[in-house]
Design a protein around this ligand. Structure first.
Ligand code: NAD
Length: 308
């Protein structure tokens, strides 16, 4: 299987590239990444010289480039995105451009090339917040920040190509990931690095916001399973059922690093901060997937990774 992985120099994309090349001898990967501030060639160290891997620096909105690359693969996995909610609140323009227009460019190229499968990597944030219960795949989307709104646009656009053009689209909506190769602007790497340096850990509001946390390798395994065995036209939630408040995550990090709780600094809450996300994940489990890492074990190894 020859796979075009967009955004493959970012956090989850690079872990996915490593995962599929390690897992499947017959896999070939073309990584397309613009290397924005969020992407890095270093994330692909170890596979850059692999004859089964090709790295292309380029933009998912570049129609000619994308048309050429898509024509030469069997499947597309679209990770490329502007991904940081805080940045989308400061300015939504690059989010609309990459997340929506970039996805449209890829979908058109995939339609023209007649590819076998198109996996759109979406997020639990498209559902908006849920105070009680969990979101199932057929629940309505109610995104509440610009990042989530552009991801919802891309998610629905991808599904519309399946309905309208018979493009073999699959969509995954994943909860919060953590693990190696994540940009230091995101909560877990930032807090590990601040704790190790004895600097304050700026925690939004009262730290009571709840997220479901999934180790990135477990997510890669789920994405690979959906790509190969998922049913075309379906949406798959990928959740760990491991819910933590941001305060609990922060305290666990401080504990693992051996730093004091006094480093916690409660700061003004993020505008429109969703209180809780939670996913029903029975559908992906019925494909034979469940997470294999506990939050605590995976956090320990993640802390070691960033401290190294
Ligand atoms: P990331 O920001 O670490 O990586 C994004 C990558 O996309 C970067 O390498 C960047 O250079 C690249 N990119 C950005 N704009 C591009 C463009 N115009 N053309 C080509 N490449 C471009 O993000 P991530 O955390 O790895 O997330 C990957 C995907 O998974 C995103 O679509 C995100 O919405 C989704 N997702 C992430 C999480 C999470 O917890 N991180 C959870 C659910 C879904």
């Amino acid at each position: 299987m020859r796979i075009l992985v967009t955004g493959g120099a970012g956090f989850i994309g690079s872990n996915f590239v490593h995962y599929v090349l390690g897992e499947h001898d017959d896999a070939e990967v073309v990584t397309l990444d613009a290397l924005t501030y969020a992407g890095s060639r270093d994330n692909l160290e170890g596979v850059l010289d692999d004859p089964r891997h090709e790295f292309v620096r380029g933009d998912v909105r570049d129609q000619n480039l994308v048309t050429d690359l898509v024509a030469d693969v069997d499947v597309v996995v679209n990770f490329a995105a502007e991904s940081h909610v805080d940045r989308s609140i400061e300015g939504a323009k690059p989010f609309v451009s990459t997340n929506v227009q970039g996805t449209q460019t890829l979908l058109d190229a995939a339609k023209d090339a007649g590819i076998e499968r198109f996996l759109q990597v979406s997020t639990d944030e498209v559902y908006g917040q849920v105070l009680d219960g969990k979101f199932a795949e057929d629940d309505p989307l109610n995104p509440r920040n610009p990042y989530a709104a552009t991801k919802a646009g891309a998610d629905l656009l991808a599904q519309s190509y399946e309905t309208t053009h018979d493009l073999p689209v699959l969509v995954t909506r994943t909860c919060n990931n953590f693990g190696p190769r994540q940009h230091s602007e995101k909560l877990i790497p930032k807090f590990i690095q601040n704790a190790a340096a004895g600097e304050p850990l700026p925690l939004y509001g009262d730290g009571s916001n709840v997220r479901e946390w999934l180790y990135v390798e477990d997510n890669c395994r789920a994405l690979d399973l959906v790509l190969r065995d998922g049913k075309v036209g379906e949406v798959y939630n990928i959740g760990s059922h491991d819910e933590k408040t941001n305060l609990e995550v922060t305290e666990t990090i401080l504990d693992a690093v051996g730093a004091s709780d006094e480093l916690i600094e409660f700061v003004e809450d993020r505008a429109g901060h969703d209180q809780r996300y939670a996913l029903e994940s029975e559908k992906i489990q019925s494909l034979g997937w469940k997470p294999s890492y506990s939050f605590e074990d995976a956090l320990d190894s993640t802390v070691s990774y960033y401290l190294d």
